[in-house]
Design a protein around this ligand. Structure first.
Ligand SMILES: C[S@@+](CC[C@H](N)C(=O)[O-])C[C@H]1O[C@@H](n2cnc3c(N)ncnc32)[C@H](O)[C@@H]1O
Length: 282
């Protein structure tokens, strides 16, 4: 006898100890496999899904039990006000990165801003900012063409005409340009960090996570080169690891930034560092 929706919902037990949110995960997978809302599940607990839907659900649950992130199974992740397509070519955008967006929006910037997002991945930061500031222009760079294909899909879904994507190594695609704002959430995990063996990050692209030099080499490059790409009074905002704030502030100071500050995420961890360049430099 085929199981009813009520029976399938009980299978959240199989995720106990594997997920912090087993009931929610189960509900999301079931809604996805049945193409229905969570309200529909609650309204029709006695219904029996079709065999193909049941098979789809079983396969998704099996992958979740193996540890695959919900965002990759569903193909989407909420970020800011957007529902972004993600795949295993992109990092899954994190809530702490929304803080970087919030801080960029609070800066005292001119009305016409050219902004640069380095390591855009799914486009999360650039698209969130572009949705809030249609009068600004965004250039977003990533080294992975496969990530940029997803970012372009997300841009077009929201009709954000003020964002352009370029494939290349950090500043290489924007040589000779100047920006009032540079934002970046670069890879910053030490390749030897054992967090890489646990949880969702096992499924995310290594190129989005890991940086040599104990996780700091990409930040060192981005911060060190930023003055050559910032207009007068331009700002740089970077996300970094939970224990890197002091080191990153030092990089900002060495590069000649002023008004350097680090801000904590919702867990009270210094997560974003920013600074301003008062005089444009070569
Ligand atoms: C931590 S992910 C951030 C993705 C997105 N900005 C977000 O916050 O969700 C870092 C991104 O940097 C990109 N990246 C890594 N090395 C790069 C390089 N040398 N030049 C440009 N992008 C690079 C990765 O492909 C990845 O998409």
């Amino acid at each position: 006898m085929m199981p009813r929706i009520a029976d399938l919902l009980l299978r959240s037990r199989e995720l106990a100890g594997l997920s912090e949110t087993p009931e929610l995960d189960l509900q999301l997978l079931l809604c996805y496999a049945l193409d229905c809302s969570s309200a529909w599940l609650v309204t029709w607990p006695e219904r029996i899904p079709e065999a193909a839907q049941q098979a789809h659900f079983d396969a998704l649950l099996e992958r979740r039990i193996a540890g695959e992130p919900i965002a990759y199974l569903l193909g989407t992740q909420g970020f800011w006000s957007l529902d972004l397509q993600v795949s295993n070519a992109t990092l899954i955008p994190r809530p702490e990165t929304e803080m970087l967006v919030e801080m960029a929006l609070k800066l005292n910037l001119p009305s016409r801003v050219h902004a640069l997002d380095l390591g855009t991945g799914s486009g999360a930061i650039a698209l969130a900012l572009a949705s809030e500031r249609p009068e600004w222009h965004f250039t977003a760079v990533d080294s992975q063409a496969s990530a940029l294909a997803i970012a372009e899909h997300n841009r077009s879904r929201y009709g954000l005409q003020n964002v352009e994507f370029f494939c290349g190594d950090w500043y290489a695609p924007v040589a000779a340009k100047r920006f009032e704002l540079i934002v970046s959430n670069p890879p910053y995990i030490d390749p030897l960090d054992d967090h890489l063996q646990r949880g969702d990050v096992r499924y995310e692209p290594r190129s989005a996570l890991v940086s040599s030099g104990a996780g700091l080499d990409d930040l060192r490059h981005i911060v060190g080169r930023a003055p050559a790409f910032l207009a007068r009074s331009g700002w740089l905002l970077t996300e970094h690891g939970f224990d890197q704030a002091a080191e990153v502030r030092k990089l900002f100071a060495q590069a000649g930034f002023q008004r350097i500050a680090s801000h904590c995420d919702l867990n009270g961890v210094e997560r974003i560092t920013l600074g301003c360049i008062s005089v444009a430099r070569d």
